[in-house]
Design a protein around this ligand. Structure first.
Ligand SMILES: CC(C)(COP(=O)(O)OP(=O)(O)OC[C@H]1O[C@@H](n2cnc3c(N)ncnc32)[C@H](O)[C@@H]1OP(=O)(O)O)[C@@H](O)C(=O)NCCC(=O)NCCS
Length: 176
């Protein structure tokens, strides 16, 4: 049994949080899917985009970020965001370093995040996962989350000749 603790995030954890993000989200990030179809966007790769999104959550809501520590090292993290108007707290990101997976770290991080959101007055906790992420889909219902919606993400290039034409104006397109 691997021993780990979950503790509040400290700004000094950020480089390790970013490193875990970059190593963990290949195959389970929307930006990764975009890059697979269109290549790096604006000269920035998916990993840089994902690490930046996580960093913003760490900077803007640092007391809502928790890390798992094992052997003095950060091995996982979870971020949260509050919504005092709507009272639906979000869990935007969660990742555990590959060698430490399967030992309950992800589960413990989510539990801690949920507890924190409850303590900050949120009525519901929301988390999203991609259809291609079997782990997320297995984990969240076990912790009490219920599926409420599925969403499709579409992307269209706005530069070059990559297909920005309105297809309904194409010759031969059906018109009323
Ligand atoms: C998702 C993730 C955080 C889970 O972390 P973890 O520490 O391995 O999770 P746990 O050990 O607490 O496992 C909890 C549950 O996750 C599910 N799970 C874990 N590994 C799995 C795998 N390889 N395949 C399917 N389900 C899996 C199981 O349902 C497991 O429950 P069980 O212990 O009753 O079998 C980790 O796999 C990860 O970092 N993945 C890459 C990043 C990612 O997908 N983040 C979430 C984005 S929505």
């Amino acid at each position: 049994m691997m021993s780990f603790t979950v503790r509040p995030y400290r700004p000094a954890d950020l480089p390790q949080v970013c490193a875990i993000t970059v190593a963990s989200f290949d195959g389970v990030a929307i930006d990764r899917n975009i890059e697979r179809q269109y290549g790096p966007v604006g000269g920035r790769g998916w990993a840089e985009r994902k690490a930046r999104a996580v960093s913003i959550d760490c900077v803007e809501q640092p007391d809502g970020v928790f890390v798992a520590e094992a052997g003095g090292e950060v091995v996982g993290y979870v971020t949260t965001r509050l919504d005092d108007f709507g009272r639906i707290g979000r869990i935007p990101d969660l990742a555990v370093a590959e060698p430490h997976r399967g030992h309950g770290v992800g589960r413990a991080l989510i539990r801690r995040a949920v507890e924190w959101l409850r303590g900050r007055g949120m009525a519901l906790a929301k988390i999203e996962t991609l259809e291609q992420n079997a782990r997320g889909q297995a984990l969240y219902p076990k912790l009490g989350f219920r599926e409420v919606a599925r969403q499709i993400h579409y992307v269209m290039p706005l530069t070059g000749d990559g297909g920005a034409a309105d297809q309904t104006d194409a010759p031969g397109a059906d018109r009323e």
